[in-house]
Design a protein around this ligand. Structure first.
Ligand SMILES: [Zn+2]
Ligand SMILES: [Zn+2]
Length: 955
């Protein structure tokens, strides 16, 4: 791959050249004449233009030969069926912030994009399409169906990629990967074969979670658990020896009793232990089953203390069955309907089989209840809460189902993955999730990796047709489309001997036969995504990319896939690369609606990021999401918040337009030194902002970083700095003019670079209108703090200044002066040095305080008709003109005092509430304490003002 950035080669397609020329022309024009910013910011045109430019110029292209320490993120691959939702928008915005920031820091950055083939989800989409065409997956056959899926992918599979570009994601799009690509599929086969050869993959008949609608196995974490109202049935099982004695068994699932192969009691339960070893007659069947003692399965306190064991239909019973060597009798078919064949094998009465065959579990339960009642074998039915599992895709109740499946033996892989987190080679952020990870990993169960679908990586195992003759069941198309088993084409029974390899074997080592049939199952989608950090970099080839970018730097992910994906990547990375796949795992919260509800189409509370981007601009959405990425569990997103940050973008735009009114003609010649108070102060604040933003980015506190950027620009830069320098700018011959304009321009330029990772579009658009070197802000350096910008004295001066202005404004409000009215004002400080400082600020105070400053010492201030306000050493006086309605002023003051008291009481109450103090985050407590102190200062000032006003009224 030729890197356009490092070789400096222009793309040579005509239309691209034209566009580039167009942009260059604009740049030159901007540098030579008065730059133009439209009256209002129009995100739509600006975003499309820059997105295209960045991609065409190859700024996001990575190369192992680029200089700088590598920094790599692999994107959590969205489903190929996906469309950008707000969860993606958050996840991707955070990654883009990190990537753009590190790129500007001069790191060799790679953000590797891609999509996941999403087995069941994609298969479902295409199957639905076929249905509308009046055909089906089965009638197409496996090969043609898979072709159809690829066709679908080619036409509509990359919707999300263009949406990602719209969000401004600076991925290296030349390296777009797909989990079913040739290269990635090669990695998958390699890993499967190696794990099999190491004895870490096996095929076995196990009870697995089965979705009777998707007709596939599901891994434990693909099952969502839920408690529902159910019943506890007490059923009597007569003793074989003496049918008058009956053992009462408690169960929530009477319909599975046909598959019972034992009854268990606690070996130390005096009620029953003498019965262990005897047999009971299983009602509704012609079988007797043993009574066994099992301390693990039986809870003496539960129900009657005797439980049935149904190894083929319950996970705990399956294990108990293993302990006691019990037979497994499956009685439900793959659609979770009672199977006549299975019932027959279980020796159920023929009459009963006829009554119940083909019923689903829920209906069978009612039927069995009736059958038992008729026979006087049901003693009791109690209400009882039962836990059911549901398919995470289609919400159908999942059934435990006995079938041959492929498993990864996980403990040997989990051990090193536990150590990697324990010893800090991988850092989970926020740290609190570390224990969740460790707990889950220590308790991990073998991973069922086979899925009975067609779309995915077909398992590289073959069976000799001759050796496994009895165990290979191929159904004809007619049977396959029959109601009972719509997708059954080929079943390889338990006991068949697989030959595993990257390619089909040529001869059978057993019989020399040459006819094979490939395992029909495909791998769990998460199997291929577990390899993502190295398969995407070219493994098993030792590519320069793999050497440069592995281990990757940061993984950004939601909590919901910590186990599905993150844990498995760690296990696979350690196994096959001998090193962790990433250093930091940053886990962000999940986005919910403003009330904290999960967003869902049925509730109608979905915020569509594409709609929001259209309405408020992409930068506003990105900034909002970053501002809410605090370490909690949920993000409560309301559109108003996005609107608020749209206003922030507009504020930046307007500030830039204001600056441009005065910046024309500035050359980058000798920059004059700006030693004025506003200049020194704003540079010091900017320096501080750079320091904090960088620190917060390093700590993954995007919420705090955005807050600091916002506060700096809105309140310090716009509210104070631009106001302070207005008189200088507006005076064409002001001696401070050139220096002030230079500072105005420099600080704006630095701020835009600081902002760029968060708001890439508006920052680029404005930056291009300022004098600059280079073609884009994307590749500029990220601002670093400069010690000589740090000015504690200017910051102290500002504090005095802000305090004084605050008092002026309070007084003006109390006295009801219209905003523009000029009045006589005085200011003094009890400390001589501070007093001198304030004296030097007279012009600025007069300007922002809208008053005429009287530069006289406090001892000479008029004693009457001046309202004095004092706080923190500063005293201001504002003349009370003859037309002031003192009575009304006093009323306002009393009202304000009351409000202050009310608010103080409220805060004080909260701080005295032990429950609140124990639950609130420390920064909230500190904030409350600060506000309470400020209110108490205000209260003192109000009291003194009240006295003064009363005195004036009395006079
Ligand atoms: Zn399902
Ligand atoms: Zn053979």
């Amino acid at each position: 791959m030729v890197c356009l950035v490092c070789l400096g080669i222009w793309l040579n397609e005509t239309n691209q050249i034209n566009q580039i020329n167009q942009i260059n022309k604009t740049n030159q024009m901007n540098q030579m004449s008065t730059p133009q910013l439209d009256k209002t910011y129009d995100p739509k045109t600006v975003e499309a233009r820059w997105s295209q430019f960045w991609n065409q110029q190859g700024y996001f292209h990575a190369s192992p030969t680029h200089p700088g320490q590598p920094y790599c993120i692999v994107i959590p691959p969205p489903n190929v069926t996906g469309s950008l939702h707000v969860g993606h928008a958050l996840n991707h915005s955070i990654q883009d912030i990190l990537i753009r920031w590190r790129r500007m820091q001069g790191r060799n950055v790679l953000w590797l994009p891609g999509t996941d083939h999403a087995g069941i989800a994609t298969q479902n989409v295409v199957e639905k399409q076929l249905l509308t065409e009046g055909t089906s997956r089965e009638s197409l056959g496996r090969e043609r169906f898979i072709e159809r899926v690829w066709q679908w992918k080619a036409t509509s599979g990359n919707t999300i990629i263009s949406q990602q570009k719209q969000l401004g994601e600076s991925c290296d799009w030349d390296r777009l990967r797909f989990t079913m690509d040739e290269g990635l599929s090669k990695s998958v086969m390699e890993v499967f074969v190696r794990l099999y050869e190491d004895g870490l993959i096996y095929r076995g008949e196990r009870l697995i979670n089965w979705c009777p609608r998707c007709l596939t196995a599901l891994s434990d974490i693909e099952v969502e658990h839920e408690d529902i109202k159910g019943k506890l049935y007490s059923i009597e099982y007569p003793l074989e020896q003496d049918p008058a004695i009956r053992l009462t068994v408690a169960t929530t699932r009477p319909e599975t009793m046909f598959g019972d192969t034992a009854v268990a009691v606690h070996p130390e339960d005096p009620r029953y232990n003498r019965l262990i070893g005897q047999r009971v007659r299983l009602p509704l069947t012609n079988r007797t089953i043993p009574i066994v003692g099992d301390a693990i399965l039986v809870d003496r306190e539960f129900g009657t203390g005797a439980v049935k064991i149904t190894p083929a239909h319950d996970f705990n019973d399956f294990e108990a069955g293993e302990r006691h060597g019990l037979q497994r009798l499956p009685i439900f078919d793959r659609q979770a309907l009672l199977d006549p064949q299975g019932l027959k094998t279980a020796d159920v009465d023929q009459g009963i089989i006829e009554a119940i065959a083909g019923l689903p579990a829920s209906k069978a339960r009612l039927k069995v209840e009736q059958l038992l009642k008729d026979r006087n074998l049901l003693t009791k039915v109690d209400d009882h809460k039962i836990a059911v599992g549901k398919c995470y895709r289609c919400k159908t109740v999942v059934e435990p189902y006995l079938s041959p499946q492929w498993f990864v033996k996980i403990k040997p892989l989990a051990e090193p993955a536990i150590h990697a987190v324990e010893d800090g080679r991988i850092r989970i952020i926020p740290e609190g999730w570390t224990n969740n990870y460790l707990g889950w990993m220590r308790d991990i169960k073998d991973w069922c990796i086979s899925r009975q679908i067609w779309w995915g990586h077909q398992i590289p195992a073959w069976y000799c047709r001759h050796c496994n003759k009895e165990l290979i069941i191929e159904e004809t198309a007619a049977i396959a489309s029959a109601a009972l088993s719509p997708s059954a084409r080929l079943t390889i029974l338990q006991g068949a001997i697989p030959i595993v390899g990257k390619t089909a074997p040529s001869t059978c080592p057993g019989c020399g036969g040459q006819q094979f049939i490939q395992e029909p199952d495909v791998l769990d989608t998460w199997f291929s995504s577990a390899l993502w950090p190295f398969s995407t970099l070219g493994w098993p080839e030792q590519t320069p990319e793999l050497k440069t970018y592995y281990p990757t730097s940061t993984l950004v992910t939601g909590l919901d896939i910590l186990f599905f994906w993150v844990a498995r990547m760690i296990m696979m990375g350690l196994k096959f690369m001998g090193d962790v796949p990433f250093r930091d795992v940053y886990i962000h919260a999940l986005v919910r609606d403003a009330e904290g509800q999960k967003m869902s189409k049925s509730k109608g509370n979905v915020i569509d990021p594409l709609h929001v981007m259209e309405q408020f601009g992409t930068d506003a959405l990105r900034f909002t999401l970053a501002s809410m990425a605090s370490p909690g569990r949920d993000i409560k997103l309301a559109e108003e918040r996005i609107e608020g940050y749209r206003n922030f973008a507009n504020k930046i735009w307007n500030a830039a337009r204001f600056a441009h009114m005065y910046l024309a003609g500035i050359k980058e010649s000798q920059p004059p030194t700006d030693r004025s108070f506003p200049g020194l102060w704003i540079r010091s604040r900017l320096n501080d902002t750079i320091q904090i933003v960088t620190m917060e980015l390093e700590a993954y506190r995007f919420d705090r970083a955005t807050n600091v950027l916002y506060q700096f620009f809105w309140h310090e830069y716009c509210d104070w700095y631009l106001e302070l320098i207005k008189p200088v700018l507006q005076d064409p011959v002001h001696p401070q003019g050139p220096a002030t304009r230079q500072t105005l321009q420099d600080t704006l330029e630095v701020f835009l670079r600081l902002l760029h990772p968060f708001m890439p579009f508006i920052s680029e658009e404005i930056w291009q209108t300022l004098p600059h070197e280079g073609k884009t802000i994307v590749t500029q350096s990220y601002p670093v703090p400069r010690t000589h910008w740090h000015e504690p004295s200017a910051e102290e001066t500002f504090r005095l200044f802000e305090q004084s202005i605050g008092l002026f404004r309070t007084a003006r409000v109390l006295l009801n002066y219209p905003p523009g009215k000029e009045v006589r004002v005085f200011v003094a400080h009890q400390e001589p040095a501070a007093n001198t400082t304030l004296g030097a600020l007279e012009q600025d105070l007069a300007h922002l305080g809208r008053g005429q400053i009287s530069p006289i010492p406090i001892s000479q201030w008029p004693t009457s008709n001046v309202l004095r306000l004092i706080t923190g050493g500063v005293t201001v006086g504002v003349s009370v003109e003859g037309d002031v309605d003192l009575k009304k002023a006093l009323d306002r003051l009393v009202k304000q005092t009351e409000e202050t008291d009310k608010e103080s009481e409220r805060l004080d109450g909260k701080l005295k509430n032990a429950d609140f103090v124990s639950k609130a985050p420390p920064e909230v407590i500190t904030d409350h304490q600060d506000r309470l102190r400020a209110l108490s200062r205000d209260r003192a000032m109000l009291t003194s003002s009240e006295q003064q006003l009363r005195a004036m009224l009395g006079a």
